[in-house]
Design a binder for this molecule. Structure first.
Ligand code: KIV
Ligand code: ZN
Length: 513
């Protein structure tokens, strides 16, 4: 890691991203995202905060033990027991990194930590020394750096580099900075820290004022060589700098920044979809790079321009980031060949059995819907590529509901080929159906959040439901798809129950080994 023009992408989707309000991923989901991040080619994956919970520890350990390619980092406060726990989790990685942090601003030191500047500096130095005694790669973050006294920060950064930090991260923790100021701040640190050439300077910007990406790029333009990002910009409060925006800004404006990154651009879109799917955080249609409208041209003048010459209104190609859209729509007369062809173009390479099952679902949807668009196909295909085995599957659902009756549902589930039926009443039709599912499965979930999204336009649009269901204190994301929104909701609930069932089964199997 010493080419001065090379920018390292440090992805914190699984740590800061997972701190987004309402997001909680289980171990398998985190491993799946880490594998996709490795395919995308990020340089560092921050896999979690091991001391935060046993689940966090297990996820970081599994990622460190199994995901190859990127450096695997684990976060810890600047205290011995945190550092030990992080090291325990990441030491199985080929390239582990301990990421330790301590606040440097007076606001944090006085009101949160009750430490003097000198005490904090000593604590940071001791933590970095200890971390370096365990790991060859140590990153130190000065939390709230952008609001810290510059003279003190220079002193602190000099000391932690002397103590062995290979990377020093200067976060704009509360998203307060603005680009010119933040760029100048990074430049000052580069100029004033005497041993700065012994470390890589990193930026970690939050988006409270909508400037996380702009601030990070200002940091890069002024000497930062690592950028901390999260997929779809998720993270604490308003989130972090968005991975896809940073990548595409550095790529598209290469003549301006003149920096190198090393990623598989075509995996961007798929990574974004996976994270959205598993976290349940929907992507705004106008989101840069990965939003549904990011490459859509609505006005006649724009369409005419793009047809004549793409560069009139397109500064990057959708194909480059893995978006392969088409105006061609499939319908109920489309055959398996056309279906497979379209999936190939969209970049989905399904195994024969997955394809056969997906085709059955496609026909079912095409029967209900006149046109099956790319968005519909992608929504449908998610069920097959990110599928958990179905211990419980919906065979039949009957709802009676209205403004003057108590909602009632009869549900029939198939369990290993046998049908089981139950009926229940509830506060609404979805609640009644979920209660009927509980009776059959004997698994009792609590619906925490529920998001319904129309996949494409029109009255016959497919409804996609993302539900977060808590079962025995663990949160599972369930997803369901149907032209009938109650059916989509029940499928999402059953999907979460299936995830729970297989997670428990794996724990039982591990114990028996
Ligand atoms: O925002 C922040 O300061 C952080 C640090 C822990 C890196 O997330
Ligand atoms: Zn942060």
């Amino acid at each position: 890691m010493n080419d001065k023009n090379r920018i390292y992408l440090f992805d914190t989707t699984l740590r800061d991203g997972e701190q987004s309000p309402g997001v909680s991923l289980n171990v398998d989901e985190k491993v799946e995202i880490a594998q996709q991040l490795a395919l995308l080619g990020v340089d560092i994956i921050e896999a979690g905060f091991p001391i935060a919970s046993p689940g966090d520890f297990a996820a970081v350990k599994k990622i460190a033990d199994t995901v190859e390619g990127p450096v695997i980092a684990g976060l810890c406060r600047a205290v011995k027991k945190d550092i030990d726990r992080t090291w325990e989790a990441i030491k199985g990685a080929k390239r582990p990194r301990i990421h330790t942090f301590l606040a440097s601003s007076d606001i944090h030191l006085q009101h949160k930590l009750m430490l003097s500047r000198e005490e904090a500096l000593n604590q940071a130095v001791e933590a970095v020394k200890y971390a370096r005694s365990l790991s060859p790669d140590v990153e130190f973050s000065a939390e709230d750096a952008s609001r810290s006294d510059l003279d003190y920060l220079v002193q602190l950064i000099t000391a932690v580099i002397d103590a062995g930090a290979n990377v020093v991260n200067l976060p704009d923790t509360v998203g307060y900075a603005v680009p010119d100021e933040f760029g100048q701040f990074i430049r000052s640190v580069m100029e004033r820290v005497p041993n700065i050439d012994k470390a890589i300077v990193s930026v970690h910007c939050h988006d409270d004022l909508g400037m996380a990406v702009a601030n990070s790029l200002a940091g890069v333009a002024n000497g930062a060589r690592q950028v901390e990002v999260a997929v779809n910009g998720i993270g604490e409060r308003a989130g972090n700098a968005s991975l896809e925006e940073i990548i595409m800004a550095l790529y598209t404006r290469k003549p301006f920044y003149n920096k190198e990154i090393n990623v598989n651009y075509r995996e961007i879109y798929r990574t974004s979809r996976l994270v959205s799917n598993l976290t349940g955080m929907v992507i705004a249609p106008n989101k840069a790079v990965v939003g549904r409208n990011a490459f859509a041209h609505e006005s006649g003048i724009h369409q005419d321009g793009v047809l004549k010459e793409r560069s009139t209104y397109e500064i990057m190609s959708p194909e480059l980031v893995g978006v392969n859209r088409s105006n061609l729509v499939l319908g109920k007369h489309s055959g398996r060949h056309a279906f497979k062809d379209r999936l190939d173009q969209l970049g989905y390479d399904l195994k024969e059995d997955e394809l056969a099952m997906a085709f059955v679902d496609f026909k079912e949807i095409a029967d209900k819907k006149k046109e099956v668009t790319d968005d519909d196909l992608e929504a449908l295909i998610k069920d097959h590529i990110w599928k958990v085995p179905e211990r419980f599957s919906l065979e039949y659902l009957h709802i009676s509901s209205g403004t003057t009756v108590v909602p009632m549902a009869t549900v029939r589930l198939s369990i290993e080929g046998n049908g089981f039926e139950a009926a229940a009443t509830g506060d609404g039709p979805v609640d009644a159906a979920c209660k009927a599912v509980d009776k059959i499965t004997d698994i009792y979930g609590k619906l925490h959040s529920y998001k319904l999204n129309a996949v494409s336009g029109g009255k016959d649009a497919l409804g996609e439901v993302n539900a977060r269901v808590s079962i025995n204190g663990v949160m599972y994301n369930g997803r369901g798809l149907s032209t009938d929104i109650i059916e989509a909701s029940v499928k999402a609930y059953i999907n979460a129950i299936n995830k729970h069932f297989y997670a428990e089964q794996r724990v039982r199997e591990e114990r028996e080994k």
